[in-house]
Design a protein around this ligand. Structure first.
Ligand code: PHB
Length: 392
């Protein structure tokens, strides 16, 4: 090739590149991931993102002709002001088409008005206070609500002869929801709430609360704590202060025995009965596919839990919605596409309630058992097609 034809080729290349760039920009769907990636709740973001990556590994990074790009931002923990600023920057500077993630309720609450103002779909992959979805018509939640989880636990407890329960909860949205829903359903089934403690979300010191529960001598304690290290610390205190020996049973939402901490918790967790929408021990082809993909992408350092599943299902909802809209990211079109959507989740079949934009799903009652030398949440009873009782 002589110099002249070479430079003609180069010029042609430059024109092609220029012409291609707007096409490329149009051909991208940007997801702004707002999550907790550092501090005591750092696993929330990692689990959610890990689940999203597992979905992308199985289904590719292109949908309806558009490339999916994830831009990750760290709230550093429960930090509503940071979450709001990050969401605003993602929309105005990074031009994201959707906001996703949100492990903790205060962060999701702070971002809801931003989603409304900018008509940006906001896909919640954990934050589980019932009222969150009422804070913006652009929110869809693919995780759970605490009333949805706590109500079956109350019904199961009453049915199994437990009459007097003390409630112990983390003192913020999901804890207050869990306490209200448990108490309502338990009283309706003939039970009595004999006392309650509210424990701080940040740096809780459990010993005095556990002692107070022991002194009250209830038949059982119903517990909600945000998933992670707090559950391990509570279980340790429960064991050390001899509550089980004093005849006090423990029942909880499955946040306590989530797979990321279950082995660390060890044998004191054996026999613990919880209600929840996901167990890694759930026996289905969809769950096996999910677990395999999760480990292939993320390694074995994190054991996938319910937040990872919500990240995975959130991506399934986004892919299916984009297919329906032909790749359009228009907020109203995406919302319309997600309402009523059905997904074969690793947790079992789920659908998005078109009225509340929350998940309708099966709630399982599980017991911690040792299976093949490892602790597992073994499902033994279920409540199918549960809507969020917090909105009924
Ligand atoms: C929440 O902040 O909404 C939240 C956090 C952790 C959980 C459940 C709910 O395990």
């Amino acid at each position: 090739m002589n110099i002249k034809s070479w430079s003609r080729m180069a010029a042609l290349g430059a024109i092609c590149a220029l012409a291609a760039s707007p096409v490329l920009a149009q051909g991208t769907v940007k997801l702004g991931l707002v999550g907790e990636f550092s501090g005591p709740f750092a696993e929330y973001g990692q689990q959610i993102y890990g689940g999203m990556k597992a979905y992308m590994k199985l289904h590719g990074d292109t949908v309806a002709g558009k490339k999916i790009e994830v831009i990750q931002k760290d709230t550093t923990g429960p930090a509503p002001d940071v979450a709001k600023r990050l969401a605003q920057e993602l929309i105005s500077r990074d031009k994201v088409d959707m906001l996703v993630g949100f492990g903790l309720t205060p962060n999701a609450m702070a971002v809801a008005p931003v989603a409304t103002e900018t008509k940006t779909p906001m896909i919640i992959m954990n934050a589980a206070t019932s009222s969150i979805t009422t804070k913006s018509p652009y929110i869809v939640r693919v995780s759970m609500t605490l009333p949805q989880v706590a109500t079956p636990m109350a019904i199961w407890a009453a049915k199994n002869g437990i009459k007097h329960v003390y409630t112990a909860i983390s003192d913020y949205g999901p804890g207050l929801d869990a306490e209200a829903a448990f108490s309502k359903a338990f009283k309706a089934a003939g039970g009595e709430i004999v006392g309650s403690v509210h424990m701080p979300l940040k740096n809780p010191e459990f010993a005095p609360f556990i002692q107070r529960i022991k002194d009250a001598k209830p038949e059982a304690v119903f517990l909600f704590l945000p998933a992670g290290e707090q559950g391990v610390a509570f279980m340790k205190g429960f064991k050390e202060r001899g509550l089980a020996e004093a005849g006090i049973k423990l029942i909880a939402t499955g946040d306590i025995t989530d797979e990321s901490v279950l082995q660390t918790m060890g044998d004191p967790a054996l026999g613990l009965v919880t209600s929840f929408h996901y167990s890694a021990a759930h026996d289905s082809p969809e769950n096996r596919t999910f677990l395999k993909a999760y480990t292939e992408v993320n390694g074995t350092k994190l054991s996938p839990n319910f937040m990872a599943v919500a990240g995975y299902d959130g991506m399934a909802a986004i892919y299916a919605a984009l297919q329906k809209t032909g790749g359009s990211t228009d907020g109203d079109k995406i919302l319309a596409a997600m309402k009523g959507m059905k997904i074969d989740s690793p947790r079992g079949p789920i659908s998005i309630d078109p009225e509340t934009r929350d998940v309708i799903q099966t709630m399982y009652i599980r017991e911690v058992k040792k299976v093949g030398g490892k602790l597992e949440n073994v499902e033994f009873d279920k409540f199918p097609d549960q809507k969020d009782p917090g909105k009924m």
